[in-house]
Design a protein around this ligand. Structure first.
Ligand SMILES: [Zn+2]
Length: 253
């Protein structure tokens, strides 16, 4: 099993948990760093302490969100390493570093530029924000795409991974159980949204209040609306819902 350690970035929050996980993967004579995180001097210093003089072979980034990418170029420059991410890396591309091969998996849904990285010999996947160690991933309009997200989860399930290293929270040893939980959660949300539209038409915000009102405070209602819009978009694409005058959504079937 490849040795993997992490440095948690100092950016805790409602969507980042304890902070972004910066993964350091032992690849023999060199190490691979995945998701350097926010551009923060203390975090850069903490990564360098953990590296303890090891040579960085390559810096990989799962996606371009501000809690994953910004430190990449600075970290790579200080170690004379290169940064690799989408679209320079595409689905199935293999990154060789030391004795390791990491395969890029194009896994859009949370973001349009999302990659996961697979160590095939360990059946280990670095999942970025596709799957987190806790809670659920954000799939929000307009960047998020629920249909693509579900396909990306199924893509990972087909690989039968044994271990997940997520972008936030702890590693997941029950990889298949977690993937199934995520897929089920997303489909339950979709069923909930469709059932609500069938009960009566409404704008995205009205539907958000009707579905999530009891569990989401007013401060998070806008984020919830962007999740609602992503679900509505899929239901429109699937021909189950249509948008009518006044930005109202109504059920077709
Ligand atoms: Zn993200």
């Amino acid at each position: 099993m490849t040795a993997v350690t992490r440095v948690v970035a100092p950016n805790p929050g409602p969507y980042t948990g304890p902070g972004t996980n910066t993964w350091i993967v032992d690849a023999g004579p060199v190490v691979v760093v995945i998701d350097p995180g926010p551009d923060d001097d203390n975090h850069l210093a903490a990564i360098d302490r953990k590296l303890a003089g090891a040579t960085v072979g390559v810096v990989l980034v799962t996606h371009s969100h501000p809690d994953h990418l910004p430190l990449a170029e600075r970290l790579a420059a200080t170690h004379r390493a290169s940064v690799r991410r989408y679209p320079d890396l595409g689905d199935g591309d293999v990154v060789r570093a030391g004795r390791l091969n990491l395969t890029a998996l194009y896994t859009p849904g949370h973001s349009a530029d999302h990659l996961c990285f697979l160590i095939a010999e360990d059946r280990a996947v670095f999942t970025g924000d596709l799957v987190l160690g806790k809670g659920s991933s954000m799939v929000t309009y307009p960047e998020g795409n629920v249909a693509a997200y579900l396909r990306s989860l199924e893509r990972l399930e087909a690989l039968k991974p044994a271990m997940l290293f997520p972008g936030h929270w702890d590693p997941v040893a029950d990889a298949m159980g977690k993937l199934e939980e995520y897929r089920r959660h997303r489909l339950e949300r979709e069923a909930q949204v469709l059932a609500e539209v069938r009960r009566g038409r409404g704008t995205a915000l009205e539907l958000t209040r009707r579905v999530y009102g009891s569990e989401v405070g007013e401060d998070l209602i806008q984020a919830a609306e962007m999740t609602m819009r992503a679900h509505l978009q899929k239901l429109v694409d699937d021909g189950l819902v249509q948008e009518v005058g006044g930005e109202q959504f109504e059920a077709l079937k």
